[in-house]
Design a protein around this ligand. Structure first.
Ligand code: GLU
Length: 512
């Protein structure tokens, strides 16, 4: 396998929106492919008509693109092994199922759902082993192994419904290797004779998945842990087809756990704890229900991907922030943990904050400008960039900035009573009155000059910063929050500062 070109695939089923666990699987495949100069293939596994959801496929494609995960072959793109949508490959699967039937590795089964249910109930009642269609029970069911050749042919010709099942060998020890989980052993008697082709003539996941992995020359199968129990059957199928030498290597990724308590992360945890579990917003086509997405919640794709990368992969150093290029360089399946990874919404926010801090203030301002305009205010990019520099370390998301900066655009109309009561002294009004003239003379109105002038004023008049600075802050912001007072003043400019001080002096009535 070592000289074979690395070719990996992400093979989602369009049965709903892509969960963040799915994005992580796609990401690890992508990183692995890029690291080894291999190919990353996107294959849509849409053979289950009953679970097909309108819009899910395009949602998956959009989500991957937003996340910065691009495929070399797949829908929209094509490739040497097209088509990449399983519903367009039906004939290929039919041919392969016929091959297995001819070679005696598969058989026709005519049992009705009720007959199968009865078999299950009987076994459960009698407590006699596994209640499944397997190497023991198949001997008592209605299939081409128990019926005569003649009878089977007659049923097929008469158009009776059937499925094709795997003839799993009895009592054989299978040895499997998984890159993440190591060596595993499974006795074939514990396996059931999985259906390979359904009554509607479409293949099941197992058959289509194995056939396509082989035909698309997949070298490594990297997927979620929930598929680990399928490996024995897949290994058997490789053997039945005579493809054992081209069998891919398997790597099953650890589960994502909910932030609190035990168990797998689910959509409900997101709703309960208020964080998205989907990359993009999803509207359920049946119920119309909307589920929030990372994109719409204000996450940067880089932060989202960085968060996911570290859920299960341990780079072995203290480094937490990785660009895609760095992840590609450092990634290895050997450093993926066996144990499940607990998802932390707080950590995701932390990552977003880190990426926000790494963006230039101008880039942030450009986004923020839209919000400012929506609020009905006009400003220049230059001025907003200055403002952003002052406050960006206080937030995790761009949309949280408005709350921090609104006072620059909307002068306070009222004043935080608690803080006024505590900090606005008799002297404050008198001092601020005097200050208005001083402020008018500061030229240019820069933070440095303001600082100098204020210090001089305080010294000369023997008043403390406690009175002057807090008084000014109350006038300019309306409450005890915001960045440095001199920076606020410089941005607001002479006349606005004067106006706000006067307004405050006229409106603050001290009751103490
Ligand atoms: N279609 C399967 C899924 O929905 C793919 C599993 C695999 O990668 O083999 O996850």
């Amino acid at each position: 396998m070592s000289e074979q070109k690395v070719r990996v695939r992400f093979a989602p089923s369009p049965t709903g929106p892509l969960h963040i666990g799915g994005v992580r699987t796609a990401l690890y495949n992508y990183l692995f492919a890029r690291k080894h100069n291999g190919d990353f293939i996107l294959r849509i596994e849409d053979t289950d008509k009953n679970r097909y959801i309108e819009g899910a496929e395009s949602y998956i494609l959009e989500s991957l693109k937003w996340s910065g995960i691009y495929w070399d072959e797949g829908p929209e793109k094509g490739g040497l092994y097209a088509p990449y949508r399983q519903s367009e490959r039906k004939d290929i699967y039919k041919k392969h199922v016929s091959y297995l039937l001819d070679k005696g590795h598969a058989y026709y089964a005519f049992d009705t759902p009720e007959e199968i249910e009865n078999m299950r109930k009987k076994i459960e009642r009698e407590n006699k082993g596994n209640a499944q269609y397997d190497s023991i029970t198949r001997k008592f069911m209605c299939n081409s192994l128990t019926l005569s050749e003649e009878e089977t042919r007659k049923r097929l010709e008469s158009g009776q419904e059937y499925v094709v099942r795997t003839l799993v060998p009895e009592n054989e020890e299978l040895k499997l290797t998984d890159i993440i989980r190591g060596k595993l052993r499974v006795n074939t008697s514990t396996l059931d004779d999985k259906i390979l082709m359904k009554a509607d003539g479409l293949p099941t996941y197992h058959l289509a998945n194995v056939v396509d992995d082989y035909l698309m020359k997949i070298s490594h199968v990297i997927r979620g842990e929930e598929w680990l129990p399928s490996v024995p059957l897949h290994v058997l199928l490789y053997r039945f087809f005579g493809w054992e030498n081209q069998m891919p290597e398997f790597a099953h990724l650890p589960l994502l756990f909910k932030p609190d308590g035990k168990g797998k992360l689910s959509k409900r945890d997101g709703e309960r704890l208020g964080f998205p579990v989907f990359p993009l917003m999803w509207k359920d086509p049946k119920t119309g229900e909307l589920s929030n997405g990372y994109k719409e919640s204000g996450y940067f794709p880089e932060a989202f991907i960085n968060t996911l990368a570290l859920l299960g992969w341990n780079p072995g150093t203290e480094q937490e922030l990785f660009t895609m290029q760095e992840m590609i360089r450092e990634f290895s399946l050997e450093k993926v943990n066996k144990a499940g990874a607990r998802f932390s919404p707080e950590k995701a926010k932390w990552f977003n904050h880190q990426y926000l801090m790494r963006k230039s203030s101008e880039e942030i301002a450009r986004e923020l400008l839209k919000i400012v305009n929506e609020k009905g205010h006009d400003t220049t990019l230059g001025k907003l960039t200055q403002i952003v520099t002052l406050v960006k370390d206080r937030v995790n998301f761009i949309h949280e900035l408005w709350e921090q900066i609104s006072f620059f655009f909307e002068p306070p109309e009222s004043f935080d009573e608690k803080i006024v009561k505590k900090k606005w002294k008799e002297k404050t009004s008198e001092v601020l009155n005097k200050l208005i003239q001083i402020i008018a003379d500061i030229e240019p109105f820069s933070p440095e000059n303001i600082d100098k002038a204020l210090n001089e004023f305080m010294r000369k008049n023997d008043v403390s910063a406690g009175v002057v600075m807090i008084g000014l802050r109350i006038c300019l912001v309306g409450e005890a929050k915001g960045p440095d007072v001199k920076e606020i003043m410089a941005i607001l400019g002479h006349s606005e500062v004067k106006k706000r001080i006067k307004f405050a002096l006229n409106n603050i009535k001290i009751k103490n």
